[in-house]
Design a protein around this ligand. Structure first.
Ligand code: 5RP
Length: 233
């Protein structure tokens, strides 16, 4: 296993300590939280853990079913106890960029319905200022070129429609992803989030502000638990 893969696995598994019996758990998307999902499946089988999960993507739904996590619809529960998810970047204020896996809309809906959010990451995701990772923005297919033009003008940077080969990436919700190459320059993530959301063709933006309560960060010296002093954990 490559080093980074091992770090992802360490972070993903360490986060399972936040999951207790009878919890309703949001299951994030990506190559780090995949290890959380697999470990929760193992805990259900081998340790009798009793939980239900709400997946944030079709890919996570498939994996969760494969490893034996019982799933419920978000609309059938009042709220979730916790969501565990990955991130593309986090800053010292625990603000996040997410959406590298194109699942940001469902991830944000699930995070908003959760009493706490734990992020699993390796040390490459820690930044002093957000924006080196291109900011993912879910947009409608209708008039997407004009939405991209508006985003380019607003953010004053290159904005691309995310492609997979010759075709645009289509999200689980039937939308497209625009990636904004802001550079590590996002000074006011809440203002940027609000400004982007004012554009009609924007469905959601991958800035997750004031949502993250802890980061489980795996580095070469072990796993660090960084608790947000202003958070809910
Ligand atoms: C998907 C996400 C992921 O959580 C994020 O991209 C991190 O993924 P990975 O753990 O594979 O680096 O936001 O939309």
């Amino acid at each position: 296993m490559e080093d980074v893969e091992l770090l992802k696995k360490n972070a993903g598994i360490a986060a399972c300590k936040f999951v207790k019996n009878n919890m309703k758990v949001g299951l994030g998307t990506g190559s780090t939280v995949k290890h959380t999902v697999i470990e929760l499946g193992r805990m259900i089988k081998e340790e009798g853990l009793e939980i239900v999960g709400v997946p944030t993507s079709l890919a996570t739904e498939k994996l969760a079913l494969e490893v034996g996590i019982p799933l419920v619809e978000l609309s059938d529960v009042d709220c979730l106890d916790i969501v565990i998810d990955g991130a593309d970047e986090f800053d010292p204020e625990f603000q996040l960029i997410k959406g590298g896996g194109a699942a940001l809309l469902r991830e944000k809906i699930v995070a908003q319905e959760s009493k706490a959010m734990v992020v699993v990451a390796d040390e490459r995701k820690r930044v002093s200022k957000l924006g080196a990772f291109p900011l993912p923005i879910e947009i409608t297919p209708f008039a997407y070129q004009s939405t991209i033009r508006k985003l380019t003008n607003l953010l004053d940077c290159r904005v691309n429609c995310r492609m997979s080969g010759d075709n645009p990436v289509i999200t689980d919700n039937g939308n497209l992803i625009a990636d904004a190459h802001c550079g590590p320059s996002i000074e006011e993530p809440k203002k940027v989030e609000n400004d982007i959301l004012m554009i009609a063709g924007v469905v959601q933006v991958g800035l997750f502000n004031d949502m993250c309560d802890a980061v489980i960060l795996a580095g070469n010296n072990g796993v660090e638990e960084i608790i947000n002093p202003n958070g809910r954990l």
